[in-house]
Design a protein around this ligand. Structure first.
Ligand SMILES: Cc1cc2nc3c(=O)[nH]c(=O)nc-3n(C[C@H](O)[C@H](O)[C@H](O)COP(=O)(O)O)c2cc1C
Length: 209
């Protein structure tokens, strides 16, 4: 099956060559992230597309000097919500009402459920919840990249608080959650480009009850 072949082909790339992916491919990856399913449909994250060489160098420092941050074609930082205010919920509900040409009052029950859910959570729990949504999008973007034969690296090996400072996320009530780098593997200099994939056999992780 083609999809399985794509996933066998991909690996967490450590070294990239200096070759950009096209803007059209960037748009596809972003569209996949935009179309991801999220809890309550709230899409509680933003994507920071880091093109500045200077900022990338700072991110590399914050990520234990991992070369992907400066070598990859594109670096996407998933910045997740740290809070969900009543205004944010109302803005979302108005957006639904406008998009579906409904009166917002028809969403009163939904509003109550959302407010009940978010108001029961502290900041740490909101960050955990919003990060969960970002990771679903991250996974989809990695699959899509592999289908386009674009290499990628999911990265959480970085200091989130330092990245918050670098990108000034705290002032926007955002928090750095996970990073996705994409580009083309440097097969000559990346020792992981040629090693066998290591995965448990399915019987060790699949339980039928
Ligand atoms: C959430 C997450 C965070 C990761 N963080 C890093 C990272 O910071 N740097 C890195 O080189 N690889 C990172 N990886 C890659 C994993 O080490 C890699 O996916 C795993 O060893 C399996 O190898 P494969 O993806 O090449 O098949 C991360 C993977 C995931 C899913």
């Amino acid at each position: 099956m083609q999809l399985i072949e794509d996933l066998q082909w991909r690996y967490a790339t450590k070294r990239y060559i200096n070759k950009p992916i096209s803007e059209e491919e960037v748009s596809v990856i972003l569209e996949i992230i935009r179309l991801t399913a999220t809890s309550l449909g709230l899409q509680p994250f933003e994507i920071y597309d880091i093109r500045s060489t200077e900022v990338r160098a700072k991110l590399r420092d914050a990520a234990y000097n991992q070369p992907q941050l400066t070598e990859a074609s594109h670096v996407f930082v998933f910045a997740v919500w740290t809070e969900v205010t009543e205004e944010m919920v109302d803005s979302y509900l108005n957006f639904i009402a406008t998009t579906r040409e409904k009166d917002v009052s028809t969403l009163a029950g939904f509003r109550k459920s959302i407010m009940g859910f978010v108001s029961s959570k502290n900041t740490e729990e909101i960050i955990k919840w919003s990060s969960n949504q970002a990771y679903i999008a991250l996974g989809k973007a990695m699959v899509a990249a592999a289908q386009m034969r674009i290499d990628s690296t999911p990265m959480e090996g970085f200091n989130r608080d330092v990245v918050d400072d670098i990108l000034d996320l705290r002032s926007k009530n955002l928090h750095a959650s996970v990073i996705l780098t994409v580009g083309y593997r440097d097969a000559e200099n990346d020792p992981l480009a040629t090693v066998q994939k290591v995965r448990k056999p399915i019987h060790q992780i699949h339980r039928i009850i």
